[in-house]
Design a binder for this molecule. Structure first.
Ligand SMILES: [Zn+2]
Ligand SMILES: [Zn+2]
Length: 411
């Protein structure tokens, strides 16, 4: 097929399926390679037409905001495509799956360029998402060190480079299959295989993900029990694993938004010699939180319901502290009940969706009135403090998009 052929297909003529644990960037390269797309703009136009090719070029296996075109072009369902990203890692921890939030959650744990096993590149012909985790140091299959740059020119390997071919250096055309990689010791290999299994587990969809807030709560209780058994205080724990006390607290209370990153979790559980798999298994099987007071359940529920409604009516934010204060029930009693946790979680979700609707409406109004869209102008028309928007990546994103659309239409 000549290079300048215009592409009219919605479905690419050749659409391989993602391989097990294949990364999205690797999959995109294979799609391009199979369909004679030689540049990032060509590829981007087909799979992310609403996105600047530069953004596509920076893809780093975080779940993209839009999947429709890629899904259609590759003839591959969204769920399958999500497994080529870090989506399920964030999902398990009840964290936002917005690309920037996922990137922040994983920061320090993953490489910012390809790492690879030369033998796998020859035998399998794709890059594994598992290799992105820095703690996986050798190939679980071949026992050789994972390489992180081109052997010939020494450059790190971008996810999407100038040459869209698997295993070929974008800078010097070297074939990574020809690289030499040392075999590691048996001991190092055992550790690496163990780590790889942990990350494979995190990357693979699990049914418990839909109950993530509940599971994280259980994880928190389990970890705090382990800590207490060893007679370690929260402050001591924070020092031992090199994080702040707030983060230790956040992990133990299981509150999704404000706890630490994956590194913090890894350090905490690593301190007890445990892996992610074990922790989640413990949390999903556990009967750790059996409520001590079976009575008054209905009363508790109706009080909380009432309080949530009061807060919602007065357009106040729903949070544990306010609910405890207004219902005159201690936060501890409230938190011990799965049903209450679910109620508050749902109320928060609803609040979030309402805020998002209001925000979109405010943006629309600003456009109609011909006013500039800025964080300040949106915050003002919502009656929000600026910080409330600035702390929310999705809101920031919506404002940025509207802003750039506005400036384009003004040209
Ligand atoms: Zn290998
Ligand atoms: Zn090179």
């Amino acid at each position: 097929m000549p290079d300048n052929t215009p592409y009219y297909f919605q479905v690419l003529p050749i659409h391989p399926r993602p391989e097990p644990l294949e990364s999205m960037s690797s999959y995109l390269i294979r799609l391009a390679e199979n369909n004679y797309l030689t540049t990032i703009p060509e590829l981007s136009r087909l799979v992310f037409p609403n996105q600047d090719a530069k953004i596509t070029g920076r893809i780093a296996d975080y779940p993209p905001m839009q999947f429709e075109f890629l899904s259609e072009a590759a003839f591959c369902p969204k769920n399958k495509l999500l497994t080529t990203t870090f989506h399920h890692v964030s999902k398990k921890f009840g964290r936002s799956t917005h690309p920037q939030a996922v990137s922040r959650f994983l920061s320090g744990m993953v490489s910012d360029h390809f790492r690879y096993c030369p033998r796998c590149i020859i035998e399998k012909g794709y890059y594994s998402l598992e290799w992105r985790f820095n703690l996986v140091t050798s190939c679980p299959e071949h026992g050789c060190l994972l390489l992180d740059c081109c052997e010939q020119c020494g450059n790190p390997i971008p996810f999407l480079g100038q040459i869209l071919k698997i295993g070929i250096c974008s800078k010097c055309n070297f074939n990574f299959g020809l690289s030499t990689s040392e075999e590691v010791s048996q001991h190092a290999q055992t550790i690496s295989v163990h780590k790889a299994k942990q990350y494979e587990f995190l990357l693979t969809p699990q049914t418990f993900e839909k109950n993530a807030p509940e599971i994280m709560y259980q994880v928190g209780i389990y970890l705090s029990t382990l800590r207490k058994k060893q007679g370690i205080t929260r402050i001591e724990m924070a020092k031992l694993i090199g994080v702040s006390r707030t983060i230790v607290e956040g992990i133990e209370v299981g509150e999704g938004e404000h706890v630490g990153s994956l590194v913090a979790y890894a350090s905490y559980i690593g301190y007890f010699g445990l892996g992610f798999h074990e922790i989640f298994q413990e949390a999903t099987n556990s009967n750790l939180v059996k409520s001590k007071k079976p009575v008054y359940k209905e009363e508790l529920i109706s009080k909380v319901e009432e309080t949530i409604q009061r807060l919602q009516k007065s357009r106040k934010a729903v949070n544990w502290r306010k609910i405890a204060r207004l219902s005159r029930i201690s936060e501890k009693t409230l938190r011990a009940r799965p049903i209450i946790r679910q109620m508050i979680y749902e109320a928060k979700q609803q609040e979030y969706q309402d805020q998002k609707r209001q925000l979109l409406l405010a943006i629309e109004n600003l456009i109609l009135e011909g006013k500039s869209i800025t964080i300040a102008s949106v915050a003002r028309s919502l009656g929000f403090k600026r910080g409330r928007i600035e702390h929310n990546l999705e809101f920031l994103d919506l404002i940025c998009k509207a802003k750039s659309n506005q400036s384009i239409s003004r040209i």
